[in-house]
Write a protein that binds this ligand. Structure first.
Ligand code: CP
Ligand code: NVA
Length: 457
């Protein structure tokens, strides 16, 4: 029954059960659903009510004034009363009429308004909510939800490296990501019927969960392929895997050891291939990072980003991106662990055109001077575990701790792509401190990748 509910609509039912329990009821009735629907003021239904000039506070007061407290019981297995069940049937009917595959909070609201025998409908009617108006508003929203990004210039393209994108395309991704972020709790069926194959040669939390969740929220589907599933390059060659996949799915996201693997996948599969991290780059990460910086700091040309630690994949993508958008970036790393020379050269070439500055130095304190963003990543990237002991020694002076943060600008924010090795490259105090934006950054992986998929697939 609940499979076709959006995440928020499911939460509303859970909230309704809680509301019923709080009021000592045995069953969830329409008034509890109404309370569940307005518990958070940014659901689609709550926004619709507010647009219709109805105060959510007033609804709550009206419900509380009219219900009598029962003896009841608590528990999250609370059953729906017959009227509440009818609301769900009506919500399905409204979704069907709107050609929507998912039941969202707007359909639950329509169901509540239509179930005229319910207390919720009585209260809503008294507060001036009628079916006609509510339907009109839901239709308008529906139109907005199926709006495709205006521009098709990225359609069919691969994203293997930040080098693949122009500054204009980067800002387009940020704009679509911001739009999708504002619809966070809506299912926007931009990729309905499409499937993403996710190939992983390495472990992951963020990349796997955000790509998979992103596909669900865009109305599509994602398939998680662990290293052992397809044994890329061992059980069959990369070109053969690519030529099979392109016959079934509409996009590939791959997390690989050798960058050449994503290059080969893209060469042999005539569908978009997205790099979910290679030994050379982590472009989706850098896009989420700069989206976060844009949100927190505004003008990217005024950003001074200090990257402290290993000149690894993350650092490379950040450098390339900083150069494209005109930001200043300073890498502070131990001698011998600088970012790849070819990457620095490419970044500096772009920097010349945008006014960005890319510098590499070995003194972490000098690197953070005047920085309004400090960034770090693990000292031991996946695949380099054998070097761990040696690296921990070399990198010790490069820890992002309070002393280093204090040497940066007052308004500095701290980013980390995570997973963090707390006590190594960053201290708890900094990662959990008031200047840390690492979890906002992690959230933006979802939004930025939804934009990438919506624009390319
Ligand atoms: N930052 C990042 O890519 O995280 P995962 O390795 O967990 O995917
Ligand atoms: N540089 C790290 C990033 C992890 C998200 C690695 O490659 O392991």
């Amino acid at each position: 029954m609940w499979q076709r509910f959006t995440e928020m609509a499911r939460r509303v039912i859970f909230f309704a059960q809680e509301e019923a329990a709080k009021l000592g009821e045995n069953h969830v009735s329409t008034e509890h659903m109404l309370l569940g629907l307005i518990r958070e003021d940014d659901t689609v239904a709550a926004l619709m009510l507010q647009h219709m000039g109805v105060s959510l506070k007033k609804i709550r007061e009206e419900v509380e004034r009219r219900v009598t407290r029962g003896e009841g019981r608590s528990g999250d297995d609370m059953q729906l009363a017959p009227r509440a069940k009818r609301v769900i049937d009506l919500a399905y009917d409204e979704a069907r009429q709107l050609n929507n595959n998912y039941i969202g909070t707007e359909h639950l609201l329509l169901g509540l308004v239509r179930e005229q025998n319910g207390l919720a409908a009585q209260i809503l009617t008294e507060l001036g909510v009628d079916l006609e108006k509510t339907r009109q508003m839901a239709e308008q929203l529906q139109d907005r939800k199926v709006t495709k990004p205006q521009d098709d210039s990225l359609r069919g393209r691969d994203l293997l490296s930040i080098k693949d994108l122009s500054a204009e395309e980067i800002f387009k991704i940020f704009a679509v990501a911001a739009e999708l972020k504002s619809e966070d709790r809506l299912v926007n069926p931009l990729l309905e019927g499409k499937t993403l194959a996710m190939i992983f040669e390495k472990q992951s939390l963020r990349t796997r969960v955000t790509f998979e969740t992103g596909m669900t929220q865009l109305g599509g589907h994602a398939i998680y392929l662990q290293p052992a599933d397809i044994a890329l390059g061992t059980r069959e060659s990369v070109p053969d895997a690519a030529r099979n996949l392109e016959r079934w799915v509409q996009g590939i996201m791959a997390r690989v050891f050798a960058h050449q693997t994503v290059v080969d996948l893209a060469k042999y599969a005539n569908i978009p291939v997205i790099n979910g991290l290679s030994d050379a780059e982590h472009p989706c990460q850098a896009l989420a990072d700069f989206m976060t910086i844009l949100e927190k700091k505004g003008d990217l040309t005024k950003v001074k980003l200090a990257y402290i630690g290993d000149g690894c994949n993350t650092c490379n993508s950040l450098m390339l991106l900083a150069a494209k958008v005109g930001a200043t970036m300073t890498v502070g790393c131990p001698e011998g662990y600088e970012p790849d020379t070819a990457m620095v050269t490419t970044a500096r070439r772009d920097a010349k055109e945008t006014g960005a500055t890319i510098s590499v130095m070995n003194d972490p304190y000098k690197a953070v001077e005047g920085a309004n963003v400090i960034y770090t990543d693990t000292w031991v990237s996946m695949g380099l575990e054998a070097e761990k002991e040696a690296r921990l020694k070399v990198f010790e002076p490069y820890q992002v701790n309070q002393a280093l943060v204090d040497a940066a600008a007052e308004d500095v924010i701290i980013l980390h792509c995570m997973p963090a090795k707390r006590g190594e490259e960053i201290t708890d105090e900094v990662l959990d401190g008031p200047k840390s934006a690492a979890f906002d950054e992690a959230e933006n992986r979802l939004h930025v990748q939804k934009a990438i998929m919506a624009l390319t697939m």
